[in-house]
Every structure is written in structure tokens, then in C-alpha cells.
Design a protein around this ligand. Structure first.
Ligand SMILES: Cc1cc2nc3c(=O)[nH]c(=O)nc-3n(C[C@H](O)[C@H](O)[C@H](O)COP(=O)(O)OP(=O)(O)OC[C@H]3O[C@@H](n4cnc5c(N)ncnc54)[C@H](O)[C@@H]3O)c2cc1C
Ligand code: SF4
Length: 478
């Protein structure tokens, strides 16, 4: 344990964001870092609880108390080693994880959780800058080949673990670059892409083969993949955005959130788009439909592009502001109001608004969205609340609409091609270790669970790697 009295004498301190006027003019990461002594002091606040709920809350089972103590003592190399034992890419989650661990920290009961996520990031950055992050090239190869389809966090998590176990791993990615939503969804102002490239160089040096611009099912027949590899891990994500089938949905100016976010990330990476292709919020009133994280990323991007105004609406009621009584500690408070750095940069937020139709002006161009206030009424005897229209309608003026309403089930063609069973929710049905109804094929990440989080995707990928290993060892034993 760090300093036994630190949790009483030192307050939680977050590094905070770059000044607003500065950060909205660029796409650089918004979060700042603490000075090293302050970071060590923050790590000292960990009480090394007898039952550390943070382990339980982190899908990767990170050992927070152990490495907080090492950070407090300035033993950065050892701290990174402890962190890296359970977590292959802490530099990603250190930046963008909603920190499930912090919500279950005992000090969260006093709104003073240890700054675990920031400490994770600082530990990893220190490890990189001191040269502690070096390729760990597996000494023994077992001659078995595994294909990973998709290079998001689930694919990378699976590939890394399998490679370290001695498998020959090939990752197939349909996009031009590796990273999945880390690269082409999450904006650069939350996660700079050099962070992915830096890790990718390590993974390549460790022996993983990456093939970009290869779409399985289009460029390579899934059946051929099945023949050429000893096992396959599907990690294609949940790519189908939920649509809004209302009048005038097809007006130019109504886009899925990822159309904007992907394009902006590509522009930041140096790609060019014609004027017709380019989606831009510059000089426009922007309406973001969907109150979640993707919507928030649209808000931040629209402001950086020079939007006149940004409004974000959500059909569900406004979440709880401070405590979520339906989800008490130590569980993650799913229904707590989240105000991000992007919201603070300028945005009107409204809840309980259902979108009825999009409105066109005399020239046929998008000029607004008609919305209606709704109430959510729990049926007598309990159950899920029903949406009840109130008749209170208005038009929100806008020239650009971004649909950020989540994702539906992915890649039916894979399910069919491999003849895989689905579960009740339409996801690929799997065992606990990700094995599908075809024993040679495993699934992990968003394509297994539906849209979720980076940390869950990495954990799921690592779990599927264990599944592949058990499967192949099982065949060898027969
Ligand atoms: C805008 C946005 C912001 C988000 N922000 C956060 C955040 O701040 N924190 C957080 O924890 N989570 C966040 N998430 C969620 C998180 O990004 C996902 O849960 C996570 O990336 C899922 O990982 P995955 O590997 O399963 O899928 P993905 O990251 O979607 O990767 C799937 C990959 O498979 C590839 N692929 C698909 N089909 C094929 C094929 N046939 N052949 C070859 N390749 C294929 C795709 O091109 C893609 O690269 C965000 C999501 C979005 C959309
Ligand atoms: S990955 Fe997320 S939940 Fe796990 S320790 Fe890091 S910040 Fe916490």
C-alpha cells in the first residue's frame, strides 16, 4: 500500500483538459497530464482494499492496487510490468476507457475515486518514453495458424495473446489501416492515432502479420479461410448503424454519425475528399440525434469543423445527475448523466424528444427536424417503461443531421457463410470462451456482444484466444 493516510489527506485531482479556445481549433488530444510528483501522489491514494472491487469491475482484471503502489514509489518499469500482465494495450484505455474500475473504487462512495484511468495512461506513457515497452518475440512457434478477421481492439487483443502463445497469426482488415473504431471512429481529440501506430510497430516486430485492404467475404471466400487456417477468430465489430425511418430521411445532409467521424479521421490522416463527398458542419446548425458517446464525438467534431450551433437530442429521459439509485455502487452507473469535454465546448442538450420527420425548405434542402416531447411511463405492475407522445411538437432548425443511435447486429453474411448459430439477441452464439457453433470459429468483441467498449472488446479477444488454444490443444490430445 502506498501512503496509508493519503486517501485522507490528498484529494482526487484530474489532469483536466486543454483550454477550450485552444482545443476546439485543432484535433489534438484534449486531455492534459499531471506533473510526475502529482501523479505519484494520486497513485498513493489507493487504499489497497482487502476486497478490491476495481479488479472485479475491470473486464481485464487489472491489478490496480499493486501498480498504484509501484507508481507511488516511482517504480515505473515494475508498474508497467504489472499492468501489462493483464492488459496488452493500456495506452488505449488509459485515454478512452469510461473507467469501470473507478466507479467501483471504494473512494467513489465519496466521489473521490483513485484516478486509475489517468494513472494507467501515465504509467504506459512513462514506459514508452523510458524504453520499457519492447517487442517480446515468442521463442517457440507451435506451427498452428490462426486468422483474425478485423483489427479493432478485439482483433488486436486476440492476435496479441495468440501470438504470445506461439501461434502464427494473420490479421485481415478490410480498411486501409489497422485499428477498427480506434482509428476510424473515435476522434483524434480523444485518441491520437500515433498511439495506435506505436503499438502496431511492436505487434509487427513480435511477429503478427497484418493484411490491410482485404475484406473477408469479398476478397477471400470464408470457406477458403476455414481451409487455410487451423482456427479463425471473427472480430468484425458491429458495423450496421441504427437508422431512423422517418419522412425525408434521404435528404442530403442527413448522415450516420460514423460517416462524419470516419471521414474526419481520414482527413486528419492526410486523405483528401472532393467537395461533394466531404461532410462538413462549417457554418451549419447541426442536430445530433442520439445522446450517447458517439453523439458526443459528433458534437466535438462539428464544433471543430466550425458549426454555427450544435444540438444533441435523445429520446430517453434525462439521466440521473449525481447518483443512479437503480445502479448502486459498486456496479457501473449506466444511467448517469455524462458531460464530456465535447459537450463543454458548446452544445444544447435535450432529452425525451422523439424525431418525427425531417423538414425541407422551398429549395428541397434540409432545414430542420420536427420533434415531439415524449414521456416514459412504467406500466402498472412494472416492466419496461413505454414511450407516450405528449403532442408537444417543435421544429429544430438544422442543415446537418447526424444519426448516432447505436448499432444493430453485424455481418449476417458471415453467420450464413459459416452456418453459425445466433443467440436470442441476434448476436453470434458462443460459449464462454467465444467458440461458435462451428468449433473452428470463434467470435469476440462487438460482433459477439453488440456495440460495447474498447476494454470489453480487448478482454473478449483475449478470452477467444484462450478458447482457440483449448480447442487446438484438445485436437492434439485426441
Ligand atoms: C464513435 C465511437 C466512439 C467510441 N468511443 C469509445 C470510447 O471512448 N471508449 C470506449 O471504451 N469505447 C468507445 N466506443 C466503442 C468501441 O470503439 C467499440 O466497442 C470497440 O472498438 C469494438 O471493438 P471490435 O474490435 O469488436 O470492433 P471494431 O473496433 O469495430 O473493429 C472491427 C474491425 O473489423 C473490420 N472488418 C469488418 N468486417 C470485415 C471483413 N469482412 N473483413 C475484414 N475486416 C473486417 C472493420 O473494418 C474494423 O476495422 C466508441 C464507438 C464509436 C462508434
Ligand atoms: S481498462 Fe478501464 S476499467 Fe480497466 S483498469 Fe483501465 S480504466 Fe479501469
Amino acid at each position: 500500500m502506498g501512503n496509508p493516510r493519503a486517501f485522507l489527506t490528498i484529494d482526487r485531482k484530474e489532469a483536466g483538459y486543454r483550454p477550450m479556445e485552444e482545443r476546439v481549433r485543432d484535433y489534438g488530444e484534449v486531455e492534459q497530464t499531471l506533473a510526475i510528483e502529482e501523479r505519484m501522489a494520486q497513485a498513493s491514494r489507493c487504499m489497497d482494499c482487502g476486497v478490491p472491487f476495481c479488479h472485479w469491475a475491470c473486464p481485464l482484471g487489472n491489478r490496480m492496487p499493486e501498480y498504484q503502489d509501484l507508481v507511488y514509489k516511482g517504480k515505473w518499469k515494475e508498474a508497467y510490468k504489472v499492468l501489462n500482465r493483464t492488459h496488452p494495450f493500456p495506452e488505449f484505455t488509459g485515454r478512452i476507457c469510461p473507467a469501470l474500475c473507478e466507479k467501483s473504487c471504494v473512494q467513489a462512495l465519496e466521489h473521490q475515486a483513485v484516478t486509475i484511468r489517468e494513472n494507467e495512461c501515465a504509467t504506459t506513457e512513462r514506459a514508452y518514453s523510458e524504453g520499457f515497452v519492447q517487442p517480446r518475440i515468442p521463442q517457440v512457434r507451435n506451427g498452428k495458424k490462426v486468422a483474425v478477421v478485423g483489427s479493432g481492439p478485439a482483433g488486436l487483443g486476440a492476435a496479441d495473446k495468440l501470438n504470445q502463445m506461439g501461434y502464427d497469426v494473420t490479421v485481415f482488415e478490410k480498411n486501409e489501416a489497422i485499428g477498427g473504431l480506434l482509428r476510424f471512429g473515435i476522434p483524434d481529440f480523444k485518441l491520437s492515432k500515433h498511439v495506435i501506430d506505436r503499438r502496431l510497430a511492436i505487434l509487427e516486430a513480435e511477429g503478427i502479420t497484418f493484411k490491410t485492404g482485404v475484406c473477408i467475404g469479398q476478397d477471400i471466400d470464408p470457406k477458403k479461410l476455414e481451409k487455410d487456417f487451423d482456427a479463425i477468430v471473427l472480430t468484425m465489430g458491429a458495423e450496421t448503424p441504427r437508422d431512423l425511418n422517418v419522412e425525408n430521411r434521404n435528404l442530403p445532409g442527413v448522415h450516420f454519425a460514423l460517416e462524419l467521424l470516419q471521414q474526419q479521421n481520414r482527413v486528419n490522416a492526410g486523405q483528401e475528399f472532393s467537395k461533394e463527398e466531404r461532410i462538413s458542419a462549417k457554418g451549419k446548425n447541426v442536430l445530433v440525434i442520439g445522446g450517447g458517446d458517439t453523439g458526443s464525438d459528433c458534437v466535438g467534431t462539428a464544433n471543430r469543423q466550425g458549426a454555427l450551433s450544435v444540438t444533441q437530442i435523445e429520446v430517453m429521459p434525462k439521466p440521473f445527475e449525481n447518483e443512479d439509485p437503480t445502479n448502486p455502487w459498486p456496479a457501473y452507473p449506466r444511467l448517469l448523466l455524462k458531460t464530456t469535454s465535447s459537450h463543454k465546448e458548446g452544445c444544447t442538450r435535450e432529452w425525451s424528444l422523439n424525431t418525427l420527420r425531417f423538414v425541407a425548405n422551398a429549395d428541397g434542402a434540409l432545414s430542420g427536424a420536427e420533434v415531439e416531447r415524449v414521456e416514459w411511463v412504467t406500466p402498472e405492475g412494472g416492466g419496461r417503461p413505454n414511450m407516450v407522445p405528449t403532442g408537444e411538437k417543435k421544429v429544430i432548425p438544422c442543415e446537418l443531421v447526424l444519426l448516432a443511435m447505436g448499432f444493430t447486429q453485424p455481418n449476417a453474411k458471415f453467420v450464413d457463410a459459416f452456418k453459425l448459430d445466433k443467440d436470442q439477441r441476434g448476436n453470434i452464439a458462443t460459449s464462454a470462451l467465444g467458440q461458435t457453433s462451428n468449433p473452428k470459429i470463434f467470435a469476440a468483441g462487438d460482433c459477439r456482444t453488440g456495440a460495447s467498449l474498447v476494454v470489453r472488446a480487448i478482454a473478449s479477444g483475449r478470452c477467444a484466444a484462450d478458447g482457440v488454444n483449448e480447442y487446438i490443444k484438445g485436437i492434439e490430445r485426441k
